[in-house]
Design a binder for this molecule. Structure first.
Ligand SMILES: *Cc1c(COP(=O)(O)O)cnc(C)c1O
Length: 481
C-alpha cells in the first residue's frame, strides 16, 4: 500500500469550497508560513480508499475472535451504542442547570446516574456507588484514596497493603500512589492467595488488601470470605478488583464475600468495547461506613421525585474526574443491564465460565494448563516440554494465530507462569467460533512440535511481520516489504 503522500498528484483535489465571505485581517508576517504546507493532494475517492484500507488492517471483535485474557474483548450490543447516541443524551452540556429551566434537559441524565447506582448496588452487594472514575485503574486509585481517608479519620496509622503476586499491575501502582507500601503475597500451589501466608503478614500496619477473585489465572479462591474476615480483624479494609465481573455477575456478590470497596470495569463487563484507548468507566462501590468518603458529586433523589447533584460532603475525597465521569459509557451499561435483566446477567457469567472451561478441556492435551481444574472466565496455558525443546515460545504461538485470523491471547501474564498464554473466550462467542479457534490452536501445537522453524517465521500474512524485538525498540519502522 502506498503512503498517502506517495498517492498525491499536484493539482488534484476532492472538494472546492465557496469563496470565503469572512473579511481578511492582516497577520504579522513573522507568524505566517514562509512556504506552503506540504499536504497531499488527492481526490475524495483516493481518501476514501486510503482510510478504508487502513481500517481493514485493524483487528477488532467485529472481525473475529479476540481471546485477549483479562481484557474481556466481548461483543457489545449495538443497541447500547445507538441509545447512547440519542441527541438528548449525547448533546447535553455538563453545565446545564439541574432544575429550573434546564432541568427539563438534565433530569433524565441524572435519573440514569441515580438508577445505575441502584442497579450496581444490587449486582455487587455494596451500599453506594460513584460513577465518576474514568477507568479501572482510576477506580482503584479512588478506592485506595477512600481507604486512606477512612484510616485517617479513625486515627489509624497504617502503612501497608497486601496484594497477591498474580494481581494486575495497576493494583500495586494504585496502592503506592495512594501512599501505601505494597507487600506482595506469593500464590500457593493451587494458584491462589494462601490463608497461612496472609496470617504471617497480618499486623496493625495493614491498612487493607486488594484482591482479584477469580484472579488473573481464572481461579476462584474458596477462602475469600475468611480472607476478608482476617483483614477486618486488624481493622483493615478489603478491596475487590472487579474488572472481570463477568466471571461471577448475577451469581455471587463481592459485598456478600465481605469486601468493603470495589471497582467494576464498565468497559469490560458492561457493554462498552475495551481497548484502543477509548473512553471507559470504573465505578467504585463502597459499604455503608465508607459512603461519606465518596468523591463529589453524588446524585440524590429528592422527596419531590426530582434528581440533584450533591456537593456538600465534608468527608469526601473530593473531585476525581471532571463533571460526572464518562456519562456515555455509564449510559451504555445502564441500557445493557436493563436489557439483560437478572436472568440475562446470570447467563453472562454461566456462559463466560462454560466457554473458558470448554477451551481449557479441548486444548489441555496440546498445551500445558497452568492449573488443571475448573476455571472461571479465563484459562492459562503454557507451552509443552516438547515445544520448549524445539525452542518454541509463547510469542511464537501468538504470532501463528495471527496467520489463522485470530487475535492472540494475552501472553507472558500473569508473570508467575513462565511462557503464559491467557485465554478469555467471553460469553458472546458461539461454539462454532470456539471450535475453529481450538482447531487452529491444535494445528499450531502440532507444527510447534514437528516443524518449529515454520512457526518462527509467523506471521506471514500480516502487514507487520515479526520484528526483531531488540532492534524494534530502537527503530520503529518495522513494516514488512
Ligand atoms: C483491566 C484490568 C484492570 C485495569 O483496568 P483499566 O480500565 O485498564 O485501567 C485492573 N484489574 C484487572 C484484573 C483488570 O483485568
Amino acid at each position: 500500500m502506498k503512503l498517502i503522500f506517495e498517492k498525491s498528484a499536484a493539482g488534484r483535489r476532492g472538494v472546492r469550497t465557496a469563496p470565503t465571505d469572512v473579511p481578511r485581517i492582516s497577520i504579522r508576517t513573522d507568524l505566517l508560513r514562509q512556504e506552503p504546507a506540504n499536504l497531499p493532494e488527492l481526490s475524495e475517492l483516493d481518501v476514501v480508499r486510503h482510510f478504508t484500507e487502513l481500517s481493514r488492517r485493524n483487528f477488532g471483535v467485529d472481525n473475529n475472535f479476540y481471546p485477549l485474557g483479562s481484557c474481556t474483548m466481548k461483543y457489545n450490543p449495538k443497541v447500547a451504542e445507538h441509545i447512547a447516541s440519542y441527541p438528548g443524551f449525547a448533546d447535553l452540556h455538563p453545565l446545564l442547570p439541574q432544575l429550573r429551566m434546564g432541568g427539563m434537559l438534565t433530569q433524565g441524565a441524572l435519573r440514569v446516574l441515580h438508577e445505575i447506582d441502584l442497579l450496581l448496588r444490587e449486582i455487587t452487594g455494596m451500599a453506594r456507588f460513584t460513577t465518576q472514575p474514568l477507568a479501572g485503574a482510576h477506580g482503584e486509585l479512588t478506592g485506595m484514596m477512600i481507604m486512606a481517608a477512612y484510616h485517617r479519620e479513625q486515627g489509624n496509622k497504617k502503612t501497608t497493603v497486601l496484594i497477591p503476586d498474580s494481581a494486575h499491575g495497576t493494583n500495586p501502582a494504585s496502592a503506592a500512589i495512594a501512599g501505601y507500601r505494597v507487600v506482595s503475597i506469593p500464590s500457593n500451589e493451587n494458584g491462589v492467595m494462601d490463608i497461612e501466608t496472609i496470617k504471617q503478614h497480618l499486623n496493625d500496619e495493614v491498612a487493607g488488601l486488594m484482591l482479584t477473585c477469580p484472579n488473573t489465572l481464572g481461579l476462584f479462591n474458596p477462602h475469600v470470605k475468611d480472607i476478608c474476615d482476617l483483614i477486618h480483624s486488624v481493622d483493615g479494609l478489603a478491596y475487590y478488583d472487579g474488572a472481570n465481573l463477568n466471571a461471577i455477575v448475577g451469581k455471587a456478590r463481592p459485598g456478600d464475600f465481605g469486601f468493603d470497596i470495589l471497582h467494576l470495569n464498565l468497559h469490560k463487563t458492561f457493554a462498552t468495547p475495551h481497548g484502543g484507548g477509548g473512553p471507559g468507566a470504573g465505578p467504585v462501590g463502597v459499604k455503608k461506613k465508607l459512603v461519606p468518603f465518596l468523591p463529589v458529586s453524588v446524585v440524590t433523589k429528592r422527596d419531590d421525585g426530582t434528581y440533584a447533584l450533591q456537593y456538600d460532603r465534608p468527608k469526601s475525597i473530593g473531585y476525581i474526574a471532571p463533571f460526572y465521569g464518562n456519562f456515555g459509557v455509564v449510559l451504555k451499561a445502564y441500557v445493557y443491564i436493563l436489557m439483560l435483566g437478572k436472568e440475562g446477567l446470570r447467563r453472562v457469567a454461566e456462559n463466560a465460565v462454560l466457554n473458558a472451561n470448554y477451551v481449557k478441556e479441548k486444548l489441555k492435551g496440546h498445551y500445558r494448563p497452568a492449573f488443571d481444574r475448573l476455571c472461571k472466565h479465563e484459562c492459562v496455558f503454557t507451552i509443552s516440554q516438547r515445544m520448549a525443546q524445539n525452542g518454541i515460545r509463547a510469542v511464537d504461538i501468538a504470532k501463528a494465530l495471527i496467520d489463522k485470523g485470530f487475535h492472540p491471547p494475552t501472553v507472558y501474564f500473569p508473570t508467575i507462569i513462565a511462557e503464559a498464554m491467557m485465554i478469555e473466550p467471553t460469553e458472546t462467542e458461539s461454539k462454532e467460533t470456539l471450535d475453529s479457534f481450538i482447531d487452529a490452536m491444535i494445528e499450531i501445537a502440532e507444527q510447534a512440535e514437528n516443524e518449529p522453524e515454520k512457526l518462527k517465521a509467523a506471521p506471514t500474512t500480516a502487514v507487520v511481520c515479526r520484528p526483531n524485538e531488540t532492534a524494534a525498540a530502537k527503530n520503529l519502522n518495522i513494516a514488512c516489504s
